[in-house]
Ligand binder design. Structure first.
Ligand code: NAP
Length: 269
C-alpha cells in the first residue's frame, strides 16, 4: 500500500501541486505518491468520509472552491476559522484525527522574512481568499498600516477590521502611498483576466513589489517594478513555500529547498 497525498479542487487539471510534490518525493527517494483528484462541491463530504478510513492517505491540499467549505468537515485545532477563515491543507494528526490548516500565509511570508515590516506601511491589492492569508501574515509581523485597493471597497474595509489592522480601503487605481511593500493578491494580471493598471512612481526606491499571480510568472506589475529597479518576489515563491509546509505535514520530511532553481525551471517550461 503506497502512501499518498493529493490536491483536490473543481477544476483541478491546472494545478502545479503534483509537479512540486512529485519533484520533492523523487529528490528525497520517498516511496509515496502525490495526485490531483477532481472533487466537486457535492462530493466534498463523501470524499473526506472515504479518506478518513484510508490508512495510505496522508492528507490533501485544497484549492478553489473548497477552501471554506472544508472547514465545516474537518477539525480546526489551530483556530483557522476565526483568523484566515479558509484551509488549504488537511493532514492526519498522530491520534488519527484529520486537521485543517492554512499554509498560504506562511508560504507568502517566507520569501520576505528578511524584511523588517514592523510598523511599516504596506499596500495589498485584492480582498479575496489569498488576501486574507496575507493580511493574517502581515498582522503577525506587526505591520503598521495597510492600504487595501479593491474593486469592492466595502469588502476590503471589512477585511482590514477583521484583522484589527490600521489602514484604509480604497478603490483600484487610487494613487499609491510611499509604502515599503506592495502585494498584488488580486486576480488582475492573471492570464484571461484584465490587466492591473498601476503607477509605481510613488513607491520609495527600497520598496518590494510582490505579485502572487504565477500564470504568467513575469507579470506586467513585476516588469514595471524591474524597470524601476525595485526588489521583486513572484508567485512561484509563494506557491513553492506553501507546498513546502504542507509536504512536511504529509511526509514528515523537509523538502530539498536547495533545489528550488531546478524546481522553478521545471515549473516554468
Ligand atoms: P478570490 O478569492 O476569487 O479573490 C479575487 C480578487 O481579485 C478579489 O479581490 C476580486 O475583487 C479581484 N478581482 C477579480 N476579478 C476582478 C476584476 N475583473 N476586476 C477587479 N478586481 C477583480 O481569489 P484568490 O484565491 O484570492 O486568488 C487571487 C489571485 O491570487 C489569483 O490570481 C490566484 O491564482 C493567486 N493565488 C496565488 C497563490 C500562490 O501561491 N502564488 C495562492 C493563492 C492565490 P472583488 O473583491 O471586488 O471581487
Amino acid at each position: 500500500m503506497t502512501p499518498y497525498a493529493e490536491v483536490i479542487g473543481d477544476p483541478i487539471s491546472h494545478s502545479k501541486s503534483p509537479a512540486i510534490h512529485g519533484f520533492w518525493l523523487e529528490a528525497l527517494d520517498i516511496d509515496a505518491e502525490y495526485r490531483a483528484t477532481h472533487v466537486t462541491p457535492d462530493g466534498l463530504a463523501a470524499y473526506f468520509d472515504a479518506r478518513r478510513s484510508d490508512p495510505a492517505w496522508r492528507g490533501c491540499n485544497i484549492t478553489i472552491p473548497h477552501k471554506q467549505a472544508a472547514l465545516d468537515l474537518i477539525e480546526d485545532r489551530g483556530g483557522v476559522r476565526a483568523t484566515i477563515g479558509a484551509i488549504n491543507t488537511v493532514f492526519r494528526a498522530d491520534d488519527g484525527v484529520l486537521i485543517g490548516t492554512n499554509t498560504d500565509a506562511g508560504g507568502f511570508y517566507a520569501p520576505i522574512a528578511g524584511l523588517d515590516l514592523e510598523g511599516a506601511h504596506a499596500v495589498v491589492i485584492g480582498a479575496g481568499g489569498a488576501a486574507r492569508g496575507i493580511l493574517f501574515a502581515l498582522s503577525k509581523v506587526g505591520i503598521g498600516r495597510v492600504t487595501i485597493q479593491n474593486r469592492n471597497v466595502l469588502k476590503a474595509a471589512a477585511l482590514l477590521s477583521s484583522f484589527g489592522i490600521k489602514g484604509d480601503a480604497v478603490p483600484l487605481g487610487t494613487k499609491l502611498p510611499e509604502a515599503k511593500l506592495l502585494v498584488n493578491a488580486s486576480a488582475l494580471g492573471m492570464g484571461g483576466q484584465p490587466p492591473l493598471d498601476i503607477d509605481l512612481t510613488p513607491l520609495p526606491d527600497d520598496a518590494v513589489v510582490y505579485d502572487i499571480v504565477y500564470s504568467p510568472l513575469e507579470t506586467d506589475l513585476l516588469l514595471q517594478a524591474d524597470a524601476r529597479e525595485l526588489d521583486t518576489v513572484d508567485g512561484l515563491d509563494m506557491l513553492i513555500g506553501q507546498a513546502a509546509l504542507a509536504f512536511e505535514l504529509f511526509f514528515d520530511a523537509a523538502p530539498p529547498r536547495d533545489r528550488d532553481d531546478e524546481l522553478r525551471a521545471m515549473l516554468t517550461v
